[in-house]
Design a protein around this ligand. Structure first.
Ligand code: ATP
Length: 259
């Protein structure tokens, strides 16, 4: 399988603290790879480095061979590294469908003004974007809620809408930041199914997550961080049997690794 994303020697220092320390790994095309690790291990920092929200102290990130580290986050997103949008970027007074249509417009800023002004060209765009939005909503099981105002959505569906908005920007790799956080069992299972469907559609997915049972179920491979360093990489069963990983989790206050 070809490599989609390559992380090489990535390091981030905050003053004297090395939050991410010389981390290297690759994400293969159409793979679901999860980054796990105890609290403070450096997961969020790594995620921000990959999505260009932070600049590395040293090291680099490449997407399909092209360097993306150091680019502004919106440029990295246009190249195809898309982080799921936080709930704050959802237009709460708009319908679910309009939120996804607007996200298509954000791909080409020029047409966004047209969308609000209702110009002819924008109407043509809107028809195409509407079709695409409907496909995305169907894929995520959100079609019955297409006309619902976003602010009325329950937590799980709101997060699914965040993913729909990310998909509308046509990513090569989708970065999911704790997609299961705060979800009950049923919502988590629905999200697991949803992420799997995205992969079946050819998407490459990198996620950071605390929910061990869900992460073990969903991932093809995992990368484990501890104190900023990569301590293991492998399949869920390899990781669950890895001595260094067990030790790192036993020494932390996090929940057990799900053995
Ligand atoms: N902007 C910053 N300035 C200074 N230190 C930071 C900054 N961001 C993170 N850190 C430190 O870097 C280390 C790694 O933090 P990070 O948030 O990446 O870990 P994490 O694995 O995501 O933790 P958690 O699971 O608790 O979210 C921590 O010691 C944290 O305090």
């Amino acid at each position: 399988m070809a490599e989609m994303l390559e992380v090489s020697g990535l390091t981030k220092r905050f003053g004297g603290l090395v939050a991410v320390n010389n981390v290297s790994f690759s994400v293969r095309e159409k793979e679901i790879l999860s980054v796990i690790g105890p609290n403070g291990a450096g997961k969020s920092t790594l995620f921000k480095l990959i999505s260009s929200f932070l600049k590395p102290t040293t090291g680099e990130v490449r997407l399909k061979g092209e360097r993306i580290s150091g680019l502004a986050p919106h440029i990295a997103a246009r190249r195809g590294v898309v982080r799921t949008f936080q709930e704050t970027t959802i237009f709460k007074n708009m319908s679910v469908r309009d939120n996804v249509i607007i996200a298509h417009h954000l791909r080409s800023k020029a047409s966004l003004f047209g969308f609000f002004l209702g110009t002819g060209a924008a109407r043509a765009d809107e028809a195409a974007f509407g079709t695409s939005a409907d496909e995305i909503l169907a894929l995520l099981g959100l079609s019955p809620l297409a006309g619902e105002t976003a602010r009325n959505l329950p937590h799980g569906h709101l997060r699914a809408l965040g993913i729909a908005i990310g998909l509308a920007t046509n990513p090569s790799i989708l970065l999911l930041d704790e997609p299961f956080a705060g979800m009950n069992h049923d919502e988590t299972m629905r999200m697991v199914e949803m992420v799997r469907r995205l992969r079946e559609r050819g998407l490459t997915i990198l996620l950071v997550e605390h929910d061990m049972p869900a992460v073990m179920k969903i991932s093809d491979r995992l990368v484990v961080l501890n104190f900023g360093q990569k301590i293991a990489e492998g399949t869920p069963s390899e990781i669950q049997a890895n001595e260094k990983v067990i030790e790192a989790y036993l020494g932390s206050e996090d929940e057990a690794i799900g053995l």
